[in-house]
Design a protein around this ligand. Structure first.
Ligand code: MN
Length: 299
């Protein structure tokens, strides 16, 4: 199943637009992965003011440019290409993201969300940054950087709460390699750069931003290139539950989302205070008039 990304405006009036590959109507999750945006490549001034999250981890994986991340656990750091930035919301956190300097700069990055399981989603917030990530040699000069979770027995140092993999795959021109997968996990491939061809039953071309859902029951997937290509592999154990996702919140019920929205609008302590900010913030949009319902996973 090949799914196209859609263009989504982000961050208010002068905001930037992003390409969203996940969730899709027919695919709310891949393992615990529930959201994937690519912002860029573009030249822009990024000003995402403080906003809240619940029930998830954000995984920020830059390709080009630097972004200043500030959050309510006193992180004030610069996010750089090749470095994983992982923010765990637990029951509530707030953060902001600014490009460096006052003018437009080249930016390109993935931002992904991982749904937290019941055992962790009510806990406290945390942030970690990892510059030293392990690499799996796929042969013929191809390699996989294990950003989170585990691939081929090689584990990222990032603290995750469900069995999962997120890996950047880089393939040189003119190779055919097999990426090892776990048959009990579901997987998807997302195009980042180049035009790789994936042997998913029929051969499927994977242009940038598109997402190829691979399902479960595969012990590997063959990828072929003519020119060099970069892809991102998402996978993991099928998630334990269906989720309710609205705005920046991952929950299980309409009432949980409503309570989180009310708390943010009231400036409640639940989300903390983003270091270095005064009272600037992104207000929550109005709730829809219909009840939010769980999105059913593919099984
Ligand atoms: Mn955010």
């Amino acid at each position: 199943m090949l799914l196209e990304a859609r263009e989504v405006p982000l961050g208010g009036i002068r905001g930037m637009s992003v390409h969203r590959s996940l969730p899709q109507r027919d695919l709310p999750m891949v393992g615990a992965w529930c959201f994937l945006d690519r912002f860029g490549p573009q030249v822009t001034r990024m000003r995402v003011e403080p906003h809240p999250h619940i029930g998830l981890q954000t995984v920020t994986w830059p390709f080009v440019g630097e972004v200043r991340h500030r959050d309510a656990v006193d992180s004030d750091i610069v996010v750089r290409p090749g470095e994983l930035n992982l923010m765990t919301s637990g029951a509530g956190i707030a953060h902001s993201e600014y490009s460096l300097g006052d003018g437009p700069v080249p930016l390109d990055a993935l931002q992904l969300w991982v749904a937290l399981p019941e055992s962790r989603r009510h806990g406290g917030p945390a942030f970690e940054q990892h510059a030293d990530l392990p690499v799996v040699d796929l042969g013929d000069g191809a390699r996989a950087t294990v950003v989170v979770g585990e691939l081929a027995g090689v584990a990222s140092p990032a603290v995750m709460f469900t069995p999962i993999v997120g890996a950047e795959l880089h393939l040189p021109a003119g190779v055919r390699v097999t990426v090892p997968l776990r048959p009990d996990w579901e997987h998807a491939l997302v195009g980042v750069d180049g035009a790789p061809v994936v042997a998913a039953g029929p051969a499927v071309g994977l242009p940038p931003q598109s997402l190829l859902y691979l399902g479960t029951n595969r012990d590997g997937i063959e990828i072929e290139t003519r020119d060099a290509a970069t892809l991102f592999l998402l996978g993991g154990e099928p998630f334990e539950d269906d989720i309710v996702m609205w705005w920046n919140f991952v929950a299980r019920t309409h009432e949980e989302v409503e309570a989180a929205r009310d708390a943010w609008e009231a400036g409640a302590a639940r989300f903390g205070h983003v270091v270095g900010h005064a009272d600037e913030r992104i207000p929550a949009p109005p709730l829809p008039h219909v009840r939010l319902t769980r999105r059913r996973r593919r099984t």
